[in-house]
Design a protein around this ligand. Structure first.
Ligand SMILES: [Zn+2]
Length: 321
């Protein structure tokens, strides 16, 4: 990279919303982000001059969005997708159907096309309001102001955030929904095992903070639980399959890799394979009824981490200024 050019990343969030603001639907949300996108377009096309102590005459600075990172419900509204309940296209990344998520969500499916999504979003914007629900039902696409950004790819640049999906999503589902509450298809733990979560806050077991879920998934859980699960399996393998311990350790290993500040290439490949094994095994042990869509969102996590690393390294908006 030329010495005259440097690239940095910033993350931004709104910390002071009006207390009476209700969650807007996707179309209303676009009115809020329109002024922001106007500024982003100007910052991309024209740029701005920023004066610093080391450069008192100013430097030409341009800005692009690298990724939109939110929990899934916010992301689909912001980037113009249908939500997780869409029958044909619930995933923002691939063409998997809703019922397939539980039965084969761990397998790769054909990816969605960002350009096609933008063309459909354009059609949505030109429709009368009364025709829009049918359009979403058929194409799982809405208009997003972000689509006005020429470099924005709504498929590859919309990322489900790891805190909600890994910790408050899959980890919480496995621990609290399946182990503690028994899941949708009843998974019966020995009575003495069910007491274990009381030591980490039952009945508030479902409302641990993300840091507590993280400690449970990658620190305390892998240390203590395999012994407990294997003992339970030896006691009654009908109630607790012996694979449960190994399955939990796979999840813990994957989360530990993903939550490093940097992910090496070999770890990235390992996490992709290991997560796929964990997911398929989870459905086999606990039943596909207990698979939530978040399990599938995470099957795209390795690619999303890899793309983020590439875009940060290469610099999306190299210029000679
Ligand atoms: Zn997908």
């Amino acid at each position: 990279m030329a010495a005259s050019h440097s690239t940095g990343a910033l993350s931004a969030c709104v910390v002071n919303l009006p207390p009476d603001l209700r969650e807007p639907d996707s179309d209303k949300l676009q009115r809020f982000i329109k002024p922001l996108v106007d500024d982003l377009l100007w910052l991309y096309n024209e740029g701005t001059i920023v004066r610093t102590p080391s450069c008192p005459t100013g430097r030409h600075v341009r800005v692009v969005i690298l990724a939109v990172v939110c929990h899934h419900p916010a992301m689909v509204k912001l980037s113009g997708f249908a939500d997780h309940s869409h029958r044909m296209l619930p995933c923002t990344q691939c063409l998997i159907g809703r019922v397939q998520i539980g039965t084969e969500g761990w397998r790769p499916h054909e990816l969605r096309c960002g350009q096609l999504h933008k063309e459909l979003a354009d059609r949505y914007q030109n429709l009368e309001s009364k025709h829009r629900p049918t359009f979403v039902k058929n194409f799982a696409t809405r208009w997003s102001e972000l689509d006005r950004l020429p470099y924005f790819n709504p498929v590859t640049m919309s990322v489900v955030d790891p805190m909600h999906s890994c910790l408050l999503g899959v980890t919480r589902t496995l621990w609290y929904s399946v182990w503690v509450k028994g899941g949708k298809k009843k998974f019966e733990m020995p009575r003495w095992f069910a007491r274990l979560p009381s030591q980490i806050g039952e009945p508030t077991g479902a409302s641990l903070t993300s840091d507590e879920w993280k400690a449970l998934a990658i620190l305390y859980g892998p240390t203590a639980l395999p012994h407990v699960l294997l003992s339970a399996a030896r006691e009654d393998s009908q109630r607790v399959p012996s694979k449960a311990a190994d399955n939990f350790l796979k999840l813990g290993t994957v989360l530990k890799i993903w939550m490093h500040r940097e992910v090496a290439e070999e770890d990235s490949t390992r996490s992709r394979n290991l997560y796929s094994e964990f997911f398929e095994e989870f459905a086999e042990i606990y039943g596909h009824e207990n698979v939530t869509p978040t399990f599938h969102w995470l099957s795209h996590m390795t690619d999303q981490i890899s793309r983020s690393a590439q875009s940060t390294r290469s610099g999306l908006f190299c210029s000679k200024d």
